[in-house]
Structures are given as C-alpha cells and as structure tokens.
Design a protein around this ligand. Structure first.
Ligand SMILES: [Zn+2]
Length: 257
C-alpha cells in the first residue's frame, strides 16, 4: 500500500497543534490501527471538519492513507463526541489515560481491531456513567499482556490449585496459593477481594459488563496493586496517569472535615 483512498471508522486518540493553522490528529481506526493525519487549516475559525476531530469523537472518515508520507482526512460522516466525558474533568482524565495507554501499547499502523472495539466500549461505558476507575482498571489489566507482562491469573503458578487463598507474586508472574506463599517474601499481601476482582478484570468482556460495585477500600487496594505492577514490570509512566493521581489528592484537600 503506497497511498489509498479509504473509508474507515475511527476514534480521536490525540491532537497536536502543528504550525500556525494546522493540526496533527491521531485516530485509532478499525482497519489501519493508530494513524496520524495531517489536517490542513484545522485551527482556522469555521474549519469544516472541526467537530469531527474534537477530542473523544468517533465517526466514519474518508481520507487518503499513506504508509510513509502524510495522510489526510477529506470528509467525515456520522461522527459524535462522547458528551459527558468531554464536559467532566474526572471522566475526561480517565478516558484520556485509557487512550494514552492504548497509544503507547501498540506501534502505529498495526491493525488492532479488538482494541479499537475495546476503546469504543470503554469510552461508551464511562460516558454512560459507569465507574471510570473500574473501566480504567480493566483496561490496565487487559493491556498487561500487550506490554509483554502476562500475569497468570487462572490458578497457582506452581501447583495449579484454585481452592486456597491466593496472593500475587511479581517474581512468579502470577498467583501463588497459600501453600506456596513462602516462595516469595515480596508477595503483595493482597486481600482475597482484590485478587477476585483482578482475576475477573483479566477476562471480563466490556460489552457484557452490567454493574460492578466496589467498596472504596477495595478500589484503593486495586489502584495500589496495579500501580505497583506497572511501576515494577511495565515501566510506563504517563502524564495523564499522574494527573489522575493528583486528582485524588485534590479530593482530599477539598473534602470538608
Ligand atoms: Zn500452589
């Protein structure tokens, strides 16, 4: 493929101002994976495609796709912006972080139809009022495999038992049953409730998610565990994640006594 005119479904992943009047917009597409488009005149007032390339917008785009040179968007149809996400700073923060994670997890140009669907579902669920922290955790856990860390969540890594309490071990890359806890002094000492949700999150299909209610303490523990796995074994550190961490601090500061 040198250059082809194509119609595809896409979701705005990120936007970057370019020169005085232009913009670079990266779309996550159903067929071409992540792809950067040069949008000439995007920052001019009254630009005809302005609404189609807003953050958190998904639609059907027609454009010219080039593997090596610049790619362009000529027209857009049936586009819509996720409204709640675009208007709420917290929802915005979680959605941005999920999209950033997908962005760093895959190289541009690699077809990732499953993750195109997954991103759409994640944003839809957050936009519809589903707990954004849970949607974020599910994506973080399911992206671990893509980052080359594939925790074994099915049973004890050593003996495959499933009937004893579990803990998570980074050294063993998965769960250890109580009989094998002594193999890793640095095991996470996670609660059984947190382990239960980590295992669920690793296999849950977002379209089939109905409702999950988590206690604040469990959410906090999951956050701590997933942060540790990312810090120790993935090594990805994103500004959008730091923003979420700081957001939690503001809540503390702003909370009345
Ligand atoms: Zn075991």
């Amino acid at each position: 493929m040198a250059r082809e005119i194509a119609t595809f479904d896409g979701l705005v992943l990120m936007r970057k101002d370019y020169r005085e009047r232009d913009m670079l917009v990266k779309l996550l597409t159903d067929t071409y994976g992540k792809h950067m488009f040069f949008i000439r005149g995007a920052r001019k007032r009254g630009f005809r495609l302005a609404a189609a390339i807003l953050p958190f917008t998904s639609g059907r785009y027609t454009g010219s796709i080039s593997e090596e040179g610049l790619s362009f968007i000529n027209s857009a149809q049936e586009y819509r912006q996720f409204q709640s996400i675009s208007q709420d700073i917290q929802l915005n923060a979680y959605a941005t972080y999920i999209l950033n994670l997908i962005d760093v997890a895959f190289p541009d140009g690699q077809a990732i139809p499953k993750w195109y669907q997954q991103a759409q579902w994640a944003l839809k669920l957050i936009d519809d009022g589903f707990d954004p922290e849970i949607i974020t955790n599910i994506n973080e856990i399911q992206l671990l495999t893509v980052f080359g860390v594939a925790p074994y969540w099915e049973s004890c890594v050593v003996c495959q038992r499933t009937d004893l309490p579990f803990d998570y071990s980074e050294k063993y890359g998965g769960l250890l049953c109580q009989q094998h806890w002594q193999l890793d002094p640095y095991r996470f000492h996670a609660s059984q409730r947190a382990i239960y949700f980590l295992r669920q999150f690793s296999i849950v299909d977002l379209p089939k998610l109905h409702s999950i209610q988590l206690k604040p303490a469990t959410k906090k523990e999951l956050r701590r565990i997933i942060d540790q796995i990312y810090r120790d074994t993935v090594g990805v550190s994103l500004k959008s994640k730091k923003f979420i961490d700081h957001m939690a601090d503001w809540d503390q500061i702003l909370k009345p006594d």
